[in-house]
Design a binder for this molecule. Sequence first.
Ligand SMILES: Nc1ncnc2c1ncn2[C@@H]1O[C@H](COP(=O)(O)OP(=O)(O)OP(=O)(O)O)[C@@H](O)[C@H]1O
Ligand SMILES: [Mg+2]
Length: 1024
Amino acid sequence: MAENVRVAVRVRPFNDREKQRKASLIIDMRGNSTYIKNPEDMGAEPRSFAFDYSYWSHDEFKESANGYLEPTGGRYADQRKVFNDLGQGVLDNAWKGYNCSLFAYGQTGSGKSYSMVGYGSNKGIVPIFCEELFKGVEAKKATAGENEEYQVTLSMLEIYNEQVRDLLNPKSIAQKGGLKVRQHPSKGFYVESLVSCPVSSYNDIENKISEGTRNRTVAATNMNATSSRAHTIVAITFVQKTPNETGQSMTRTSVVNLVDLAGSERAESTGATGDRLKEGSAINQSLSTLGNVISALADLSMGKKKTVVPYRDSVLTKLLQNALGGNSKTIMIAALSPADINFDETLSTLRFADRAKAIKTTATVNESPTDKLIRELREENARLMELLKTGGITLEQLSANAGAGGQNPNQEIEEMKKAMEEELRKNQEEIENMKKTWQERLAEQENENKSNVDAELKKQEEKKVIPHFWNLHEDPALTAMIVHFTREGTSKIGNKNASPAPEITISGLSIQKQHGVVTNKGGVVKIKAIDGKILVNGAKITKETDLHHNDRVLFGPNHLYVFHHPQDEAKNFKEGKVTETPTYDTAQEEIAKKAGFMDKAGKSEEDLILQEDVIQMLPMVNEADAMSAELDKKVKFELALVSPQARGLKGGKTEVMVKMRNLENGNEWLWDRNKFINRKFLMQEMYQNYVEGADDWDVPKEKDPFWEDADVEVLIGTVHVHLMSLSHKLDIEETLTVTNYQGKENGHIEIEVMPCTPKGESLGEDDFLDDPKELVGKELNFKFKINFGRGLPSNMRQSCCKFKFYLDNQYTSTAYGDGMNPEYKFEKLFKFPKCSQEFVDYLMESVAVIEVWGKQKDTSSKGGATLGSDTKQLMAREKSNLFGLSNYEEEQAKLKKIGDNKQTPVKKKGGNKAADSNKDNGVIIPVPPPPAEKKQNDQQVNAYKKQADDADRRAKAAEQRAASSESQVSDIRSLLTQKKRGGADTITIAELEAMLGGGGGRSTTSTAQKEHMGDQASKACTIQ
Ligand SMILES: Nc1ncnc2c1ncn2[C@@H]1O[C@H](COP(=O)(O)OP(=O)(O)OP(=O)(O)O)[C@@H](O)[C@H]1O
Ligand SMILES: [Mg+2]
């Protein structure tokens, strides 16, 4: 019978960042309903959604002695409660022989992994499920008859960028393009040669899952992949062989898919609007297809006919086809962030979950006589073998392969043959497995595991006594997964191509064959860089440097480790020194600080949000730079904080953007965050192809993420035109400064605004207005002229000006002018037959913002060989101090000077509990630090903020100057009117100065005009 997918939502506590910036709570729950408030309108009625379960895990809990978060009030849903409601049902259904799927959806950091896998003693659904499953199996076994058997196998895979990697088979991880997804005529899609390990205890499963997670960490770090964009699927196959009433052996099978999806944020919008490469990256394909599949299935369940469900559009939806629309009992858990800043993402998660409620699946018990299963497989194999012999192809095969992609017929037939062979192999394997006793299979696996398990045990023991590095990762689940020992003697650090193999092998972006070396002499450990870049505690080292317990070490741009020294640790402990565990965020913060951002930051909410963005973006910018250097792309990236005014907007927030600079010709483009992140995924793809040795890693420039067309317009800057004179029907004629986002002057433009008749003829002499109010209800016509630009940046080939006047929806644009001193010769007649009060107010109070846009000269030589400098050299010549990392030695010297040589104190977290419990044997084992909570970096943001503030200040000063000269003009005009009325036709400068309070700084004529007028300027003016 068709059943609806069950949907639960769960809201997590505020993290440290959210607490620090005093985030507001926008989620509420009552019963099964969840309410969300719009932070822009907190008074309004919240939107409500009803689900099968709404779990409140935001507050009303405390941490118990072992780190478990337990309820203090009735409201809090702890891990056990979630398991009891959701996991237990999955378990019961698995016993009954149903396929089950449980998947977690939500934006990055919303709590998907917490619910699915959990952290430390807060075990999630997957481990509790496995634990309970084996408890059940053990209980059954205790009373089991001879012919009863319970078999559990486990596989674990990851989908990243539409490629499948078998996390239990490290060899497959390096396989180019990942594993193939094939379709079985009756069983649906499956992953070719995916390892499925027999497991006999919860311990086995735990070991396998940590092996998979370790493989995942290595792969993610080496490929500098963004782990939150990966989908992880743990599949547990549970087979029960029991005799039925007649004594016949029956096989009951349940496949349980536990899916931790990639972060859902900006699934649709990551492809930055306006970028020509927005569709280029496959990074979001699986998640956006999942959205489409769920919408289509929801439509179908509402009775909408002719809906095509696009399962085939992505790897994830192929593999989850059964879970979503077939033979499975399915549960979705949607993880919610509680904070105001995540409103859009959280609302979209709630909408997604709401749609998922409508989906129906039809689960059936998978039970057959064991003999029958074997017979069917044999028959199927015989049939396949026959087909292969005769070269025939079945309709099923054809349909299974249809849509595999525009190959030629021969290739397609080849593919199909391969598919059949694979199917044959798989069936054969299954028959073999069925024939083999389960005990034989287990014994085989145990043999295989033994060396791994022994090695792992040895490693755990050695960690207690041998100094080593353990990794930090952005994803808390991938932290402390990799360990490199620094044994007595010398350990070389290098990539996998180094020969002889280095003792510490790390691979990936900017890791050299001879990257560096560590020496350990009787426990005194020192590190030295050779060909690669190494940062210790955020600063680049240039000579041999001592390593101490809990030092942070970065190899290349993204291999971040903590150094653990057991003896140091024990000594510190004895001396009562608190040693604190660094986290990914504190380490990144430190790197950013050492890069030169030493100011003290303000603490407004906006500042803190900006700070987070900067800390998140800085490592990405560094990676993009490292890729550009290795691929010799001759571009450099920098962070830029851009105020709304500098983006031509009247209001809004300062945003973190990325400036890409062409190192050959100085051309620059400013990318918004989404565009940069999207481009960075494409850069990673290109880099990965390069690393894998693909001949065609480089692509035509139109598809190159490092390339931007010189024809793409860039904002040179803006100018502000005050309109007050116009409200007096007076001319405006000004040369205005073009100011860019950093507040830098980028040339001038000359504008004129001249009130006129509807036909554009000049007004009569008496046509000015003393009081702008007189304009209300009357007509106003004027010519808006933009004459020319002067002194624009020299790399500008062409430029134009764009502006919106009053209520315009559309921009008005001038024609393009050429070079540094373009002639725009733009003129437009504006007619307002009847001025409203609002319009007159607008003239009196507002400014017209003119944006100056340019196209840069295209002088770069792609590949750049002609210039004889490669990207690394060009970068070295760049004087950017933003990321010029300071030297460790200098830092140490500075610290010594002030007599303070302590390590950077890092806030102690609850996650150290397990470390504490190990204290009795005198050593402290590193424990995965608590999940990363991004810290702020005052200095860094402040440096950026200062830039933006300076720009703001300059813009404000310019505004004030303009406003005061507007009011002066107005004063002068009234004086002139009076004089005219009195019959005079001249006015002396002395009179003017007297009126303006003695002149001084308040000169009525601009310097430029004075120069133009020469000496006469100071004598007298003629009234016109
Ligand atoms: N219910 C909860 N109770 C307490 N802490 C939680 C809860 N849910 C999440 N957290 C904490 O929030 C942080 C982020 O959670 P988690 O790692 O599960 O996010 P995620 O959705 O898996 O993110 P990603 O997409 O990056 O993998 C972690 O520090 C985690 O411990
Ligand atoms: Mg996660």
